[in-house]
Structures are given as C-alpha cells and as structure tokens.
Design a protein around this ligand. Structure first.
Ligand code: NDP
Length: 483
C-alpha cells in the first residue's frame, strides 16, 4: 500500500504541501520503519486553512440540512466501501491489529457521518408563544471549529468531530496528532469526493504549537480536543481567553467493579476489552478493576488462562488480536509504570515485559493486590497494564471507585439488577456500563465528568456543542415607552 500521502495538508478541497514546515516521520509501530514523512504546517499554511474555511462556511450553512446531510451520508457510504484499505492505513498509522481496525475505525467514522448526516435535516429552533407576541429560536452554526486529535483513533476522531460540526453548518480545521497524521487526510479526501464544498473540512499537520496557534486565532469559534488532561488544561485556558466554545475529551483512570455474583466470564471479557483492546491505548479503559475478595483468585486464574489466548504479532495478520504500542515513547512510558508497580509492591500476575522482536511490542500485563494509593492505581498509563484491587463492601468500593480526579467511564458487573443501577447512579463518570464495557455507539452521548472533560460527543447531545441558539422576539402590536 502507498502510505506516503500526496501532500501533508488538505486545504480548500485539495492537497497542499509546504516543505518549509518541520518534517514529521510516520513510523509503523510493528517494525519501527518510516512509512511516510509529512511537514508541520507553517503559519502560511494555517492562514490558508483559516481563510478557506471562513470564506466557505456561510454558503455551507445556507444549504438546507437535507442537502448537507446527503453529502455526509454519501461520504459514509464511501468509507464503508473502502473499509479494507482504510483499515490497513489505520493499522500502519497506529499499529492496531487489522482485526480491530477493520471493525472499529472507518466503520465508526462512517456511523458518525451517517448518523449526523441523517440528523442534519432535523435541526430546528422552537416557537415560544407569549400571548399575542412570540419568540422563535434559530439553531445556528458556531462558524469555524478546530478539531485536535489524539493518536489512538485517528479516523474515528476525525469523523466524530467533523460529522456533527459539518451537519450543523460549521467549517472545520482538523489537526491530527503528529504521531498518526495519515488517516484524517483520507477522511478529507472522501468528504470532498462525496461532494463537500472546498474549504469546509481541512486537515493541517503539526505538533502542539500548530494546535495552539489555531486555538488562539480570533477567527476560530470552537475547539474540540481529544487528548490528555494536561493538554486539555492548556487548550481550555487558551480557548477561554477568546471566550470560545469547547469540547474536551480527556483522559481517565476508570473503575470497573466485579461483584461476587457476576458472570465471571463476562466480567473477564469486560476487563480484557477494557484494558487490552488497542494495546490498552483507549481513554475510557477500566484500568482499576475492583474484584470482590470472594472471587479474586478465581478471577485472576481464569484471566491469566484467557490472556494466553492473545495472539501477539503482525498486526496485518487477521488472526492477530494484540498489536504493538503506537510509539517507542508510549511503550517506554507503560514499561516504566510496570517498574513502579513492582517497586510499590503490587503482585505481577501476568506479563510485564517488552517483547524481544522488532517494533514496539510489550505483553498485556496484570497486577494484583494493588492498593488505592499506588501510582499504577492513580495515574493514567495509556498502555496494557491492568490493576486489580480487592474489596468486600459495596459502599466502600463505590467511594474508592470515585476517589479520583478523573470521571470518564465506569463499569459494574453483577447479576443483581437493583445493585447495578444503584452503582451506576453513584458513579462520578460520564459514561457508565452495566455488564459490558467500552461500547461507544454513535447514538449514545460519550464524554467525561470531573477532569476528564466537558461536553459530549456523539448522539443528539453533540448538536448542542456545535450550534448556538438565537432568540428572536416578535411584537405584534405597537410598542410603548415611559417617555
Ligand atoms: P496529547 O494530550 O499529548 O495530545 C492531544 C493533541 O493535542 C495532539 O494532537 C497534540 O499534538 C495536541 N496538542 C498538544 N499540546 C497542545 C497545545 N498546547 N495546544 C493545542 N494542541 C496541543 O494526547 P495524546 O495524543 O498523547 O493522546 C493520549 C491522551 O488522549 C490520553 O490521555 C487519552 O486518555 C486521551 N484520549 C481521550 C479520549 C476521550 O475521548 N476522552 C479518547 C482518546 C484519547 P501533538 O501530538 O502533535 O503534540
């Protein structure tokens, strides 16, 4: 496959290059090979994108929702038709196994384009009768939205931000993570092939400084970031200076509680999906697994048996179910947490090592006897490192589950329905699961509370974050004044 894109950026409906920008090498995580080089956007490139987007946005907003939606739905169909090639590219960009990318990336992006494409025609204001007089509201686009992505789901993030923004009549400039710059260019290309007017969806490459220059530009109306909490703090503060709208999808250290009456095989499936999918590089992962003391040893024994079934290797082989980390740096971060876990006295029950092969491969890793104060129970690792903690009592475990700065996701496994809903109500998290984990269908709101973010992606809720309401007061009779 040709992994080198035609050019680094996609602006005003076409590929654009400016080799004056710093080169960014794209590395295939399974081998460490350089598979493409792009250039960071220079100020001239970001200016070109901002000018194109602001110029094009008004005419896009003036189309009917049906017209805008038709283009998004056409793009969704193209994404599905090209799912194989897009999945291979996603695997090159991220190292995630094809077994995952072929069902979770372009397909998830296509879902977002289809859902918001369908919703575009339904966006309305409301009518408020006030006696003879009345008020009506107009749901208007924000204008120019900037999307900034993390490296774990480059196609999905490009679509989750782009689809609602465009459905609502906005223009978007998307900056992918420097680690995974390839997939968003394909999204832009496909949107234009589907009929999107030039300038409405643009992709510019670069590191944090390029993102920062977009966030601070006065012509930008909204910023939607997927990234870590420290980056979120910076971007939120910069956006606040310009009183811009924001959506912040940030990190987590989410709890998963397994009661002694749980279906243990399902709970282990949840723990595997919530810790080792995408080699653990998922924001909503349930990395603090609280297991009732009565079933702890049975849970750990069976978990270790099932981990033996992980197929680690060439991500392009459809049989592979566990791939490399996205980068050497991210692998080293995760390995350093494993050392911290050992030093703090946690019991290593599975994995723990780098694999002796090319690429950034490490083992899925499980620690037991983890306590709440250990670093591996408090900090987001963003790698395949599960911390298993014991508990005896429901109230106590809920309080411990909530004792974190984060609030992205949380899950509970139990056969007791009343308890399941009680726990879900008590969780301080934006996205909660009962007897499942890490589902993210486009129909449901997704996002965090506490330091894990503000705003919601997906679902009808996203519309609130890409539009603003204008109230129009209408008086039917004459207007009086005191003088
Ligand atoms: P980072 O926070 O490092 O980066 C996120 C994006 O922000 C990147 O594109 C980065 O550019 C850019 N950026 C960095 N600094 C600035 C700045 N000052 N101004 C504007 N943009 C900036 O996150 P990672 O890419 O390392 O992704 C991992 C993190 O993302 C984890 O914490 C994870 O939990 C979170 N995440 C959250 C999700 C959610 O929906 N809640 C989903 C997926 C991931 P560059 O990388 O080029 O420096």
């Amino acid at each position: 496959m040709q992994t080198q894109p035609k050019a680094s950026h996609f602006i005003d409906g076409r590929y654009v290059e400016d080799t004056a920008g710093a080169p960014i090498e794209v590395i295939y995580p399974a081998t460490g090979e350089v598979i493409a080089t792009v250039h960071a956007a220079t100020p001239a490139i970001t200016e070109q994108a901002i000018v194109a987007a602001t110029r094009a946005q008004g005419a896009w907003a003036a189309l009917t929702g049906t017209e805008r939606g038709r283009i998004l739905r056409r793009a969704s169909d193209i994404l599905r038709e090209r799912n194989h090639d897009l999945s291979v590219l996603e695997t090159y960009d991220t190292g995630k196994p094809y077994q995952e990318t072929s069902v979770a990336d372009a397909t998830s992006g296509a879902d977002a384009l289809e859902f918001f494409g369908g919703m575009a025609a339904t966006l309305t204001g409301e009518h408020i009768q006030l006696g003879e007089d009345w008020v009506y509201t107009r749901r208007e686009p924000l204008g120019l939205c900037v999307g900034i992505g993390a490296w774990n789901y480059p196609t999905q993030i490009a679509c989750w931000k782009g689809a609602p923004a465009l459905a609502c009549g906005n223009a978007m400039i998307f900056k992918p993570s420097e680690t995974t710059p390839l997939c968003a260019l394909k999204v832009a290309e496909i949107l234009h092939e589907a009929g999107l007017p030039a300038g409405i969806y643009n992709v510019v490459q670069g590191r944090g400084d390029v993102g920062a220059s977009l966030v601070t530009d006065p012509r930008v109306d909204k910023v939607s970031l997927t990234g870590s909490v420290p980056t979120g703090r910076k971007v939120y503060a910069a956006a606040a200076a310009g009183i811009k709208h924001v959506t912040m999808e940030l990190g987590g250290k989410s709890p998963m509680i397994v009661f002694d009456d749980a279906d243990i095989e399902s709970a282990i499936s949840g723990a595997i999906m919530g810790n080792f999918y995408s080699s653990g590089q998922v924001c909503s992962n349930g990395t603090r697994v609280f297991v009732h003391r009565a079933i702890k040893e049975a849970f750990l024994t069976r978990l270790a048996e099932r981990l033996e079934g992980a197929v680690i290797g060439d991500p392009m082989d459809p049989a592979t179910s566990f791939g490399p980390m996205v980068s050497e740096n991210q692998m080293n971060i995760a390995l350093s947490y494993i050392e911290k876990g050992k030093a703090e006295g946690a019991r290593l029950v599975y994995g723990g090592a780098k694999l002796d092969r090319e690429g950034f491969f490490m083992q899925p890793t499980v620690f037991a006897d983890v306590t709440d104060d250990m670093v591996i129970a408090r900090e987001e690792i963003f790698g395949p490192v599960m911390a298993v903690l014991d508990f005896d009592d429901e109230d106590d475990v809920l309080a411990r589950a909530n004792d974190t700065e984060f609030g992205l996701a949380a899950g509970v496994f139990t056969r007791d329905l009343a308890r399941a809903h009680r726990i879900a109500a008590g969780f301080e998290a934006g996205t909660c699961y009962i007897n499942t984990y890490n589902d993210a269908p486009v129909e449901a709101p997704f996002g965090g509370s506490k330091n894990s973010g503000v705003g919601r992606e997906n679902s009808k809720a996203a519309i609130e974050h890409y539009t603003q309401l204008k109230s129009v007061y209408v008086r039917m009779g004459t207007l009086e004044a005191p003088f």
